[in-house]
Design a protein around this ligand. Structure first.
Ligand code: ZN
Length: 221
């Protein structure tokens, strides 16, 4: 969603909904946790009025705990926070879940998969960054694939397996690589918003990830 024209966010949201996206992923940046600013709860609320699809809000904030309530009130369906944030991560995950939303835990590229262990059982999905967070249109980091495999092993071993979302530089080819490594959800911005036919692009990405998941094609490390 970061890739949509900011002057026409509602149109961009409706395009994603009309094109068959499962949900809308919204990147919220505070200019501190990441060196960029995006938008806050008021914009999320206006997007909420524009579409009925689930809104997944990715908080790239130093203090996400201070803003959970405002994004819940804005109409988010799921909220993810960074494991590297300056807050009580478990308490913040619990605060999100207590309000009836799905809670996600995000890892920056430099953060190892094992960092998830203290939080197992207290989140609903993992978001694995495949670029440094803060900007759209970056190149996928292929060296994140072994980490995705490790996270998938943790999920398979967990009492309740959790979805693994990848975010950053995702197009058909990189989505397929992530699917083969064990990712289950794919955040795509530039590759979909630059496509001449977003519905066709989403269909093609679904086919690519499904083929990779079932065949387990070899993945470049
Ligand atoms: Zn994101």
């Amino acid at each position: 969603m970061f890739s949509a024209d900011f002057g026409r966010l509602a149109d961009g949201a409706r395009l994603a909904e009309r094109s068959g996206a499962d949900e809308l992923h919204l990147d919220v940046m505070d200019g501190h946790f990441v060196p960029n600013l995006s938008f806050g709860p008021d914009v999320v609320a206006s997007i909420r009025r524009a579409v009925e699809m689930p809104l997944d809000v990715h908080l790239m904030l130093t203090h996400p705990d201070r803003f959970v309530k405002r994004f819940v009130d804005a109409g988010a369906n799921s909220i993810s926070i960074h494991i590297e944030a300056s807050c009580d991560v478990n308490a913040t995950l619990t605060a999100i879940r207590t309000r009836g939303l799905l809670a996600g835990l995000v890892l920056k590229p430099a953060t190892q998969a094992n960092a998830l262990r203290p939080y197992l059982g207290n989140f609903d999905y993992v978001l694995c960054m495949t670029v440094e967070p803060g900007y759209g249109g970056q190149t996928f980091m292929a060296d994140m694939l072994p980490k995705i495999r490790q996270i998938r092993q943790m999920s398979d071993a967990a009492a309740e397996p959790f979805p693994i979302m990848v975010d950053g530089g995702i197009g058909n080819e990189t989505a397929a690589q992530c699917a083969a490594a064990g990712a289950t959800q794919f955040v795509a911005g530039s590759s979909l918003y630059s496509a001449p036919d977003m519905a066709a692009a989403i269909t093609a990405m679904r086919a690519a990830t499904e083929a990779a998941r079932t065949s387990g094609i070899p993945v470049q490390p």
